[in-house]
Design a protein around this ligand. Structure first.
Ligand SMILES: NC(=O)c1ccc[n+]([C@@H]2O[C@H](COP(=O)([O-])OP(=O)(O)OC[C@H]3O[C@@H](n4cnc5c(N)ncnc54)[C@H](OP(=O)(O)O)[C@@H]3O)[C@@H](O)[C@H]2O)c1
Length: 326
């Protein structure tokens, strides 16, 4: 697996990481056996960056990661977790130093470690980016040895740009064939500041695998059933905010450009063409998906024709739904 420097941290991370939301919850049933096997398969394939959160499956995702890393040793594996979504109501005023310290203690316990590698604010309300005290509180947790670095996971490009004013190590943002705006300005600024970029939802929740159809069924506890219109959280997290039928049409148009490789690998390789991206974190619910996704790092770069086809499909079908929203 090719590696990239993760911002100012000095960490060398495999280009393809592992998104551990699906093995926690909100994606229908994923057995413990499949979840553990998916993690092992990713790590065996050279993945060394795992993205999780305290709230994924109510802590299940973090506990599974701890168990697997205990079985094989942590080595150079980086575990990035998140904090903040446990606040109820989830409002800016609730982001206090005490609340953050409490969330961090919870993650330390579940991940069975004395120091967390990276803690990301978990898509906080926009006002939090105008609260220096929140970032100062994270800085004090670093000084106390509870975490090595902190970063943010954002919904909007503007939040990402604003967050660069604080001493963050990383920004996590939705970036994929259906969400291209981060490359316009934000990537340049992040590179200038040596802030790592984590590209999330790289497969548009599975749409960009090419396997979904108009009659695809999702379990009731899969966000692709219950959050299609943003009923539970930001609609941009489900299919990248692209209406399902529109996404399917775009995927059909994409097939000719993709050729014979799996579309998921093509979609991941497209993201890796951007040097500002430090790591891409596809989710996987079983070992087969994890291995296939890791292999995307070995694909040759896309041709000019393929890149142009992707841009044309985005401009024609997708852009009107997403470009100015996030
Ligand atoms: N607010 C935040 O900070 C936030 C929000 C969202 C995500 N994230 C992070 O980003 C990660 C990735 O995003 P995501 O999981 O939402 O979406 P994603 O990576 O775009 O899609 C993942 C889903 O696509 C399907 N899939 C993956 N690889 C496949 C393959 N090779 N072949 C066929 N199907 C495949 C799987 O679902 P099926 O098999 O069921 O189709 C899998 O659960 C998350 O795990 C999480 O770590 C963070």
């Amino acid at each position: 697996m090719k590696k990239r420097l993760f911002g100012r941290t000095g960490w060398q991370v495999g280009e393809i990481g592992f998104g551990a939301w699906a093995i926690g919850g909100s994606w229908g049933n994923v057995s413990e056996q499949d979840a553990e096997a998916a993690l092992h398969a990713a790590l065996d394939s050279g993945v060394n960056f795992l993205d999780t959160a305290d709230v994924y499956g109510g802590g299940r995702s973090e506990r599974l990661i701890a168990r697997v890393l205990q079985q094989r040793g942590k080595g150079d594996v980086i575990v990035a977790t998140k904090a903040g979504r446990g606040l109820n109501p989830h409002v800016a005023e609730a982001y206090t130093a005490a609340a953050l310290a409490r969330f961090v203690e919870g993650s330390l316990e579940r991940l069975q470690t004395e120091t967390l590698d990276l803690v990301q604010l978990h898509c906080p309300p926009t006002e939090v980016y105008y609260r220096p005290d929140v970032f100062e509180a994270l800085g004090r947790l670093v000084e106390a040895g509870k975490l090595k670095y902190f970063g943010v996971s954002v919904e909007k490009v503007e939040e990402a740009v604003k967050a660069l004013e604080y001493p963050i190590a990383s920004v996590q943002i939705i970036y994929n064939i259906f969400r291209q705006r981060p490359a316009e300005l934000f990537f340049r600024l992040a590179r200038e500041r040596q802030v790592a970029v984590i590209a999330r939802v790289p497969l548009a929740s599975g749409l960009l695998t090419g396997k979904l159809r108009a009659d695809s069924q999702f379990a009731a506890d899969d966000h692709r059933a219950f959050n299609r219109h943003g009923e539970a959280f930001d609609v941009g997290e489900t299919f990248s905010g692209v209406p399902f039928e529109v996404g399917l049409r775009a995927v059909d148009d994409l097939r000719a450009a993709v050729g014979t490789v799996p579309m998921a690998q093509f979609a991941l390789r497209w993201i890796l063409m951007y040097e500002a991206v430090s790591v891409v974190i596809p989710g996987a619910r079983n070992p087969e998906q994890a291995v296939s996704n890791a292999q995307a790092a070995d694909l040759p770069a896309l041709t000019a024709d393929q890149k142009n086809a992707v841009k044309a499909i985005y401009d024609r079908l997708i852009r009107p739904f997403v470009h100015q929203r996030w």
